[in-house]
Design a protein. Structure first.
Length: 127
């Protein structure tokens, strides 16, 4: 099976030794996205709500670059430095996803890159 590296300028460039996403057949593995603004390269950290929105916009941009959409996400992982923000993730996620929702995990972590409060990665399945 061939691998295709996915890249788009409408999402933040990788800040390490990884790709924004890798497509293997009909499955696309999206790397973790924090709330980096792809234009300014700075963290959109005005509030946790701002970060959550930017994370979902970044995931959407990479999904679209792979030929899919957020609706094609089969598995979503959300990492939070404060699990008290979990209700906000649910509320904002409903603006980006419709039923049937993807499978999801929410994990509390001690820290995230660049001081972010939220990160999400995903597995996308294309038809």
């Amino acid at each position: 099976m061939t691998r295709q590296i996915i890249h788009t300028d409408t999402a933040p460039a990788a800040i390490g030794t990884y790709s924004q996403a890798v497509r293997c057949g009909k499955t696309v593995y999206l790397s973790g996205q924090i709330a980096l603004d792809p234009k300014t390269k700075h963290l959109a950290d005005h509030s946790v709500e701002t970060e959550i929105h930017q994370v979902f916009r970044n995931l959407r941009a990479v999904a679209e670059a792979a030929g899919g959409a957020l609706k094609d996400i089969a598995k979503l992982n959300v990492f939070l430095t404060d699990l008290a923000d979990f209700p906000k993730v649910n509320e904002i996620m409903a603006e980006y996803f419709q039923q049937p929702y993807p499978a999801r995990a929410a994990v509390g972590v001690a820290a995230l890159p660049r001081g972010a409060r939220v990160e999400a990665d995903a597995i996308l399945v294309l038809d």
